[in-house]
Design a protein around this ligand. Structure first.
Ligand code: ADP
Length: 163
């Protein structure tokens, strides 16, 4: 290695992924044009209730990005996102931006994470066709027996059972 060698650009994409949607998948794929590696970090703290088990949520993200398994990692974490970033040597936090509500939240979180953690937040605009897709909408449709298949990556079979 020469002294010009740059460290790999690593982004953490944090979220609940309860479950992963086609909106999340598109953001991860587009982010691979900017970063050498994207670590999907599935937060779990006991206070926040999720519908799907952590093991399933991790398995579904891995499945959706299996063709990119050399550059996309899936991990779970507890605690502050900036602490997790430090642990995995990530310089960036990646977040998707759907609307002004997302922006309000990301703006203050991003300012704080740079101020106290020295981590840059990169906000990526959602594909227009995915603006209205969220995990919570998928959960509602799942619970009421509707057709959610087009909202999640192909080949994923949602279940609340532990693996
Ligand atoms: P959180 O509970 O932290 O918002 P989510 O799993 O809901 O976690 O979302 C993780 C990230 O993915 C967030 O940055 C969110 O804005 C983004 N995201 C969610 N849905 C979409 C979508 N349809 N298009 C683009 N980004 C999205």
């Amino acid at each position: 290695m020469t002294s010009h060698h740059q460290p790999p650009r690593i982004a953490v994409f944090p979220g609940s992924f309860d479950p992963i949607t086609v909106g999340h998948e598109a953001i991860i794929r587009r982010a691979l044009h900017l970063f050498d590696k994207v670590i999907v970090a599935i937060g779990h703290n006991t206070a926040k209730k999720t519908l799907f088990p952590l093991e399933r949520r991790m398995e579904w993200v891995k499945f959706a990005l299996q063709d990119k398994s050399d550059v996309v990692e899936v991990q779970s974490f507890t605690g502050l996102t900036i602490d997790f970033c430090r642990k995995v040597n990530a310089q960036f936090i990646l977040r998707g931006l759907r609307n002004s509500t997302d922006f309000e939240f990301e703006y203050s979180a991003g300012q704080v994470n740079r101020q106290i953690g020295g981590i840059e937040t990169v906000l990526m605009l959602t594909d227009p066709q995915y603006t209205h897709i969220s995990s919570s909408i998928v959960r509602d449709i799942f619970l009421y027996g509707g057709e959610f298949e087009s909202l999640i990556p192909k080949g994923i079979h949602l279940t609340t059972d532990e693996p």
